[in-house]
Design a protein around this ligand. Structure first.
Ligand code: FRU
Length: 424
């Protein structure tokens, strides 16, 4: 297997590299890139369900959009099982942590609405049982297409396989609330090809998911970001000079970092409706650095492309580390080259005293960052925790050139609209 730079040599663009040298600059607990402590007495949005990845309704330019004054979010959601014998421990108590950790296998897409951009009211499931072709409905993006209320929901149909799909429906409002109608026919778009993006056959731990369609503000074309891994058999990737970057003496050893092969994928639509897509080489690779660059998304600001993606401590490669949180990169044009924000890429990480307090950060064009609460310690030693499965406090951030700064904290799940569409 060739190194990342050799592999994509003859392609239309060269993927940018998040290098081991960049990652060595990550500093946990820098207050300008650390999420304020989440208190263990957080409120829970809904006691019947866990929610995690949150997907605000938006337009193709990235603007968070309300309809007839109603804000709408979609969330990955799973029932809580406080009375299910399967989730009781030896003493008959609810083992919420086990229930929470099992949630991915039964993730379904739900929606919520609000007049105030917070205190979300329960909407329900977006697709009826049986509509989605696989067991799991994983993350994606709901796009408001027009003032007739048409919505394209792009998401990932997982197990068996992992396919990027979309389903069209409509948002309907009344004085009292919001409903989702339609969402009955799921259209498969594409899956990993084994040539650009790693397949399940090449690596049982492959990632291929989290579509984020957008209109390029410069060329006006329809594209889509997604999470992938660089194609090739597991273990065959080479971590060469380019992937290592400019490291100090003593930092040349890459250990087993060839197993970490995350990338941010991109596809371009061949049609105006986004029914026909062509995968292009990744925008960014993290071979030798990290195995997951999840839920990639853009903020277009000051003529620049700010690319954000979430990642974990446990997915870092040997010899490099960083907190769970959101990382970012900036370029002057869509295909790069991308430079890590703040030198390292770290934009908003969990504090080391509460390493799992939040995850799945989504940076909105107004600088607000939403995420969900994972677990928060309830004692000094961190052995006791309270599981979240609910919205975290929103963080306000300023993006300036190649730097970002935490500047504010807002209410739990505060996702205000950037524009309102009156439905016809
Ligand atoms: C992020 C994530 C997504 C995936 C979903 C699965 O939290 O891992 O990448 O779509 O959660 O539950």
């Amino acid at each position: 297997m060739k190194t990342t730079t050799e592999k994509f040599g003859a392609t239309p663009h060269q993927p940018s590299l998040w290098t081991r040298a960049d990652a060595l600059k990550v500093r946990a607990d820098d207050p300008t890139t650390t999420q304020p402590l989440v208190s263990a007495d957080f409120p829970v949005l809904n006691n019947d369900v866990f929610i995690w990845d949150t997907m605000p309704l938006r337009d193709l330019d990235g603007n968070v959009t309300s309809v007839d004054g109603w804000s709408v979010i979609f969330t990955l959601t799973a029932d809580r099982h406080p009375n299910d014998p399967q989730y009781l421990d030896e003493d008959g108590n609810y083992d919420i942590l086990r229930d929470w950790n099992d949630r991915h296998g039964r993730a379904k897409m739900y929606y919520w609405f609000s007049r105030t951009g917070k205190n979300w009211e329960f909407g329900g499931r977006v697709m009826a049982e049986g509509v989605s072709p696989t067991a799991r409905e994983w993350a994606g993006t709901p796009i408001l297409l027009n003032d007739r209320g048409e919505v394209d929901l792009y998401y990932t149909a997982v197990t068996p396989g992992a396919t990027i799909v979309k389903v069209r429906g409509r948002v309907v409002t009344t004085e009292h609330g919001v409903s989702m109608v339609g969402f009955e026919k799921v259209k498969p778009l594409f899956e990993a090809d084994g040539n650009l993006y790693q397949t399940e056959a090449q690596n049982a731990f492959w990632g291929f998911r989290d579509p984020w369609p957008f209109r390029d503000p410069k060329d006006g074309k329809l594209y889509m970001l997604f999470e992938g891994n660089v194609a090739g058999e597991r273990g065959s990737h080479k971590v060469g000079e380019a992937e290592i970057g400019d490291v100090p003496p003593g930092y040349e050893d890459v250990g087993n970092s060839r197993f970490q092969t995350a990338c941010v994928g991109i596809a371009v639509a061949r049609d105006a409706d986004g029914d026909d897509w062509e995968m292009l080489p990744p925008l960014l690779t993290a071979v030798g650095v990290n195995d997951q660059t999840e839920r990639p998304h853009f903020v277009f600001q000051d003529g620049k492309y700010y690319l954000f993606t979430i990642s974990h401590t446990f997915t870092y490669a040997d010899g490099v580390t960083g907190p769970d949180g959101v990382y970012g990169f900036v370029a002057d044009s869509l295909f790069g080259p991308y430079v890590p924000l703040n030198g390292s890429g770290l934009v908003l990480g969990n504090p080391s005293s509460q390493p799992f307090q939040t995850y799945s950060h989504y940076v909105m064009p107004n600088g607000l960052v939403t995420s969900f609460i994972d677990s928060v310690p309830t004692d000094e030693t961190g052995t006791q925790i309270r599981v979240g499965g609910t919205e975290a406090p929103t963080v306000g951030m300023k993006i300036k050139g190649q730097q970002t700064f935490v500047v504010a904290e807002y209410d739990y799940g505060y996702i205000p609209p950037m524009l309102d569409v009156t439905l016809k």
